[in-house]
Design a protein around this ligand. Structure first.
Ligand code: NIG
Ligand code: FE
Length: 424
């Protein structure tokens, strides 16, 4: 690996060139997406070492072993960070998708034994190797779509063995693939059938057995809870966040997807890193977030797929908050892990400006998984993980011409993981 060097030159612009030390952008600052036009950058051993524009190009004396990419007419963006996914799962659920077209609701399907419990039954029966093979193919596709860091949750096991199995699969993805992977224990995703009459017993199992094992084996950095009517109560989430704190697991929680029941206030009080979903937000919920360090993470492709309300991005930004975007990739509510589509929906449905949506999917998304000092912007000292676009007329064209593939090249830690036509 020694001496591996990369030069990207002639970029139409380097995008998201936030200064070192800017760890997130909030409120009105979200529309500030710094750019260097006619840009170049150098990376060594996967880290950005120098950058600038044509006027301060220092020239190269030693071309030995230097990989050069000419980005004429093309933008260089920080790779997408996706801070909320359920990418390890056993099977697709298009049967429920058809049920919903026929008029059933998400919660009605869950009540019939579909939903999360359907996924759990299939995952329990699947070998770790098969689960890994399937998840790996999904993550390889995410990298082709420009994702350079991904958070992956457990939550389809709902037993000690199967929750650990999911997290071991995620850990192996982290070890064997070049992108950054962060993992989250979401044993509190649904009450498993065997604990239907004993929810406290399941809570005890999580706190007394699953979480200590996960922490001991270093299988997760975060703890999550589906805090929602008919799933887990605010008091149960509080118990999990307290237990997580004892094991060094920060909270990243599902709240306000279908109902507003006080989950945000509790997550703030317990020092969660992020509160995710937020489709149903009362003014008091937004007020509870203002002035805190908690990152509101919106998942517009979940709203798109389920036909539920979109998170109130504008109200959150007006309240001075650092909105992040994520896919929520999972077989039930968002069978897509495509961050390009999420950024487009951020603009089309959440009414975010392109600059705001890109900041939300890069720097703020990195912050929502603790990677703000490594990823999320094109900054000297950060990882050389980028998207190079095809030739496009403007940055706004990316979300505007939604559903088209605007990516030419993806680079992770200075290595090309997708080579497009323009660089062949
Ligand atoms: O984030 N809301 C909870 N969990 C997932 C969906 C889980 C499923 O339906 O499989 C979500 O939307
Ligand atoms: Fe989710």
């Amino acid at each position: 690996m020694e001496g591996r060097r990369l030069l990207i030159k002639n970029a139409k612009a380097l995008v998201g060139t936030h200064a070192a030390g800017v760890e997130r952008v909030a409120g009105a600052a979200m529309r500030e997406l710094p750019q260097v036009e006619q840009g170049w950058l150098m990376a060594e051993n996967g880290i950005i070492t120098a950058m600038g524009n044509d006027a301060d190009w220092p020239g190269i004396t030693d071309w030995n072993g230097l990989e050069v990419i000419d980005a004429t007419d093309r933008y260089v963006l920080p790779g997408w960070c996706d801070p909320h996914t359920h990418t390890v799962f056993a099977a697709s659920r298009e049967g429920e998708f058809v049920d919903r077209i026929n008029g059933l609701g998400y919660q009605e399907i869950a009540a019939k034994g579909g939903g999360i419990l359907n996924s759990a039954a299939k995952l329990r029966a699947m070998s770790e190797e098969e689960l890994y093979t399937q998840a790996r193919a999904r993550v390889e596709e995410l990298m082709r779509q420009g994702t350079v860091a991904v958070e992956i949750k457990s939550g389809y096991g709902l037993t000690t063995d199967s929750e650990l199995k999911m997290l071991r699969v995620a850990k192996r993805l982290k070890e064997e693939l070049p992108l950054q992977v962060r993992t989250t224990l979401l044993a509190a995703h649904a009450i498993p059938p065997e604990y239907k009459a004993d929810r406290n017993g399941y809570m005890d199992l999580i706190v007394q057995e699953i979480m200590p094992r996960v922490a001991e084996e270093g299988l997760a950095q975060y703890v999550d809870c589906f805090c929602e009517t008919n799933y887990f109560t605010v008091a149960e989430m509080e118990r999990l966040l307290e237990a997580g704190a004892e094991h060094g697991l920060l909270g990243k929680v599902h709240v306000n997807q279908f109902t507003s029941i006080g989950g945000i206030q509790a997550a703030v009080a317990k020092g969660a890193l992020s509160v995710d979903h937020l489709e149903i937000m009362e003014d008091a919920d937004i007020q509870a977030l203002t002035g805190t360090a908690v990152i509101p993470t919106l998942l517009p492709s979940c709203s798109f797929f389920l036909g539920i309300p979109y998170g109130p991005a504008r109200r959150l930004i007006e309240a001075g908050l650092p909105v992040a975007l994520a896919t929520d990739f999972n077989p039930g509510t968002t069978p897509s892990g495509n961050m390009n589509f999420v950024v487009a929906l951020g603009c089309i449905k959440l009414r975010m400006l392109p600059e705001e949506a890109i900041n939300a999917a890069t720097l703020n998304a990195a912050a929502a998984m603790g990677l703000q000092n490594e990823l999320g912007s094109i900054t000297v000292g950060k990882r050389a993980s980028f998207i190079i676009t095809k030739a496009v007329p403007s940055l706004a064209y990316l979300p505007y011409a939604f559903g088209q593939d605007h990516i030419d090249t993806v680079i992770i830690d200075g290595r090309t993981v997708r080579t497009g036509e323009a660089t062949d």
